[in-house]
Design a protein around this ligand. Structure first.
Ligand SMILES: [Zn+2]
Length: 254
């Protein structure tokens, strides 16, 4: 006889048993901006992580416009360096490079940090650099933020108006190489045409680390019901934005 199917409540309890997984946290940028301070993880993040029962957090490398394009690589490396230095100083955190390391971290009561990238600008057009970042611990990459880069274009914060173009040739190559190396593709922010191109060039599960349903807030930065089903068919995971980021001040909750 098959075991009784898991109820929704049982599933929630099981999934939250190892702590909340925050799939997108702008941590590296904050640590970099505060690089003159010590123990920023312990003082500025640990109390809230513990209060919120955060077990795993994806620390997303992100390069602000002011550094583009020339300083993207330098700033990205500076951000990764800050993660390493801060984790070294606070033994409640550990950098995880695999599922086994996340499990191990949780068994030791530590908070696992996953290194991710929001926007492929640090790579420029040099695929070789993917290997460097992989060695540094990069395990998830979103090709774009809201802007365009050498890999593709982001979805706009409006119902229409994103670039109709999909990924560039470099973007397609990057996506295939990520899958080969073992870097998860994150479809948050990518425009609709790029979303389709990523799925066409990959076969493994993808994630959308932080998004909302277009059905309830119709902007191309969010994802449609059809896209939600496409991610589900792949066995992927979708993270929900708990704040509404909107260009309309009256809508925004941030
Ligand atoms: Zn984002």
């Amino acid at each position: 006889m098959d075991p009784a199917p898991e109820s929704t409540e049982e599933r929630i309890t099981r999934l939250h048993g190892q702590g909340i997984v925050d799939l997108h946290l702008d941590l590296p940028m904050f640590l970099y901006e505060n690089r003159d301070r010590k123990n920023v993880l312990a003082s500025d993040f640990l109390p809230e992580f513990e209060a919120g029962d955060i077990g795993t957090a994806a620390a997303g490398i992100y390069i602000e416009d002011q550094y583009l394009p020339d300083k993207a690589l330098e700033i990205a490396l500076g951000q990764v360096a800050r993660i390493y230095v801060e984790v070294e100083r606070c033994d409640r955190f550990t950098i995880c490079r695999s599922y086994a390391e996340i499990k191990n971290a949780r068994e030791q009561g530590k908070i696992g940090l996953l290194i991710t990238m929001e926007g492929a600008e640090p790579l420029g057009t040099d695929l070789n650099l993917l290997y460097i970042f992989y060695e540094l611990g990069l395990r998830v990459i979103g090709l774009t933020h809201a802007r365009s880069n050498a890999a593709g274009s982001g979805g706009v914060f409006a119902p229409t108006g994103s670039s109709p173009k999909g990924l560039t040739a470099f973007g397609c190559e990057l996506v295939r190489e990520c899958e080969r190396v073992g870097v998860i593709l994150d479809l948050a922010h990518i425009n609709p045409a790029g979303f389709d191109d990523i799925l066409e060039n990959t076969t493994r599960p993808v994630i959308v680390s932080h998004t909302n349903a277009r059905k309830y807030y119709d902007i191309e930065r969010n994802i449609s019901d059809e896209q939600i089903k496409m991610v589900g068919t792949r066995g992927g995971v979708i993270g929900i934005n708990s704040v509404l980021v909107s260009p309309k001040k009256e809508d925004s909750t941030l």
